[in-house]
Design a protein around this ligand. Structure first.
Ligand code: AGP
Length: 605
């Protein structure tokens, strides 16, 4: 996600801001920029790509001088990654510059209003409205103009603003987006993330929603939403850089597992209006298609397997899911009546790109579900829906997968609404269940300490099985991959009913079988498979819905997750499996964030 930072003091701001931006790199970004006040004007530098590109530009500009400035790393949301869309953004009169982390939901309305007054916008971003509105509101009083401006903004923001007319002063404001003020001696700072501050100061002020800070070299004043000055405590932190980047978690994977409620919320909420699913970016007539083909790799393919079940069930249209590395060489039968859904967290997976090109050549329409804005897959697709999971650093995807499944479910309900294959009641009930996914994911995370204990019990099983039926089987595929990729244990996912056709030969005393039992329609069937493996000495760890009492008679250990619609269950039941994989890998001393032989983005065949 975006990162912001700022400095005011006696030293040159450029190198300090660039250092802060380097510290924010771990969060993922696609462009960066800085602005400083100098000689009664604002000077800006921006670069697409790495912060090092920005450093090169800075080093080539000896006149880029100023002792007060702001900086930003951008993770594109509104508008492609480009120098123009990179922050800071400057007001049309050149008097103000802003950096922003968050999303301004009513930007289109404000933009249209300002355009009527003849104000010209340069970028495609939602952020630019902040600085243009600020300049419009400015009548000589910086604070007043800022307070008036933020009172118009809906959505989330952490912003830092400088003005050519107020040397040495930065205003920073926050609503639903993190913001900290760093307190120094004769110099002060702000940042969205502690990592950008810890090498300069360990004394911070935590900003709360609705508060505004006026930061000068010698003072930090904090105001409430009405502009009254308030007292804030200074907190001393003792984190080092590495722990700060992970928000105190030992690994990015755990941080990202814990971020899932927020990632789901960001993916779901903006697309539900008045209890309806709205995809502004999707001008697609579903009646045109007689089949859907889903393709992706790894976990994204597993999300596709869940998507197949949901789309087929709700839209009553044939759906296939296939790994991209197979599809690309298979000369698949498809034409202009085929909708191909490609799924990719990174948007750069080579096999997925090749498969989608193959499908396009055959005349299919391609809809991409992607996390990284402006990535190759997002650009190549006819249509694109973004998961708003934020940057994922750990090689093993977690929030990438759950947001993909949530978005596929939303697409299925939306498409079924268009095709009239879903009743009003079922539509409304699915929307409610989708909206409740973040809260249910949070409750599933409450199993953390219990899962840790189970991992301590089972970590030395050298070979495991994940079984399930229907949607549970789709989730089992992902649970098994999670475990094998970070713990290096042999693990297989099997359709529970298929075990008896051969694989049951591998079940021996002590073998751990993880049985996913949330698809209640087939619960009794899965139970009979549990009994078959138990009869051969296996130990069974079951994941079932809260309220399921009978599972306790069948399994050795049980994890109960919040109940949801059976089609959505994989989003919730995968969470204890992610935690299980994490703790098993930890017990086995594995390098969790960077497992051997794996890369985050597989950009080669
Ligand atoms: C997931 O944990 C893996 N790292 C891997 O399977 C991954 O999902 C796959 O390589 C696809 O990546 P993508 O989503 O970026 O296309």
């Amino acid at each position: 996600m975006c990162g912001i930072t700022g400095y005011t003091g006696v030293n040159q701001a450029g190198p300090i801001l660039l250092e802060g931006l380097k510290r924010l790199e771990y969060r993922g970004y696609d462009s960066a920029g800085i602005a400083v006040q100098g000689d009664n004007e604002i000077k800006m530098l921006k670069a697409t790509g790495k912060v090092s590109h920005l450093v090169d530009k800075f080093e080539a500009e000896p006149d880029f001088k100023g002792v007060c400035g702001i900086g930003h790393t951008r993770w594109a949301t509104h508008g492609i990654p480009s120098d123009t869309n990179a922050h800071p953004h400057l007001s049309a009169d050149g008097k103000f510059a802003v950096v922003h982390n968050g999303i301004i939901e009513n930007f289109a309305e404000i933009r249209a209003e300002l355009q009527k007054y003849g104000i010209e916008f340069k970028s495609e971003t939602d952020t630019e409205v902040i600085v243009q509105l600020l300049a419009y509101n400015y009548k000589g009083n910086f604070k007043k103009a800022l307070m008036k401006t933020i009172s118009r903004l809906n959505g989330s923001y952490a912003i830092g603003v400088i003005s050519a007319e107020h040397p040495g002063t930065i205003f920073a404001a926050k609503l639903s987006s993190p913001l900290l003020i760093g307190v120094g001696i004769g110099e002060n700072y702000f940042a969205s993330d502690i990592t950008a501050l810890v090498s300069n100061t360990k004394d911070v002020i935590d900003m709360d929603d609705g508060e505004v800070a006026e930061i000068t070299p010698d003072a930090v004043k904090v105001y409430d939403h009405s502009g009254n000055e308030i007292n804030k405590e200074i907190r001393h932190i003792n984190w080092d850089i590495a722990s700060a980047e992970k928000s105190g978690y030992e690994h990015f994977m755990m941080k990202e597992i814990m971020e899932q409620p927020q990632a789901l919320k960001a993916t779901i909420e903006p697309r539900i209006r008045d209890e309806e699913i709205v995809f502004e970016e999707l001008d697609l007539d579903m009646k045109k298609f007689n089949r859907v083909h889903i393709t992706a790799c790894g976990s994204a393919y597993h999300a596709g397997c869940v998507g197949r079940g949901i789309i087929e069930s709700l839209c009553r249209i044939p759906v296939e899911a296939e790994v991209a590395s197979e599809l690309r060489y298979r000369d698949p039968i498809m034409d202009d009546k085929t909708l191909v859904i490609v799924i990719s967290q990174s948007g750069e997976t080579a096999d997925t790109i090749a498969a989608m090109k193959e499908c396009k050549e055959k005349g299919a329409t391609v809809l991409a579900i992607v996390n990284v804005v402006g990535s190759s897959i997002a650009k190549l697709a006819d249509y694109c829906l973004y998961t708003w999971a934020g940057p994922e650093i750990a090689v093993a995807t977690t929030k990438g997968y759950t947001t993909q499944v949530a978005l596929l479910a939303m697409f299925a309900v939306w498409a079924a609404g268009q095709l009239k294959t879903i009743s009003h009641g079922a539509y409304a009930s699915m929307v409610i269940d989708i909206m409740r996914l973040p809260e249910r994911a949070q409750r599933a995370l409450d199993l953390n300490s219990r899962v840790k204990k189970l991992a301590e019990k089972y970590y030395d099983n050298q070979s495991l099985f994940f079984i399930g039926r229907n949607m549970d089987y789709a989730a089992a595929l992902e649970g098994s991959l999670k475990l094998k990729e970070i713990s290096y244990l042999h693990s297989e996912a099997y359709a529970a009913g298929e075990l008896k056709h051969g694989t049951i030969a591998l079940i021996e005393p002590g073998r751990l079988v993880v049985a996913l039992c949330c698809y209640e329609k087939l619960f009794e069937k899965t139970v009979s498979n549990i009994q078959q493996v138990k009869a051969r000495g296996a130990r069974v760890l079951a994941v079932a819905h809260e309220g399921n009492r009978s599972i306790f008679q069948e399994a050795d250990d049980v994890l109960l997750v919040p109940q949801t619609d059976p089609l959505l269950a994989p989003v919730i039941e995968i969470i204890p499996m992610q935690l299980f994989a994490y703790y098993v890998a930890k017990e086995n001393g594995c390098d969790i964030d960077k497992p051997k032989n794996l890369a985050k983005s597989v950009t080669v065949e």
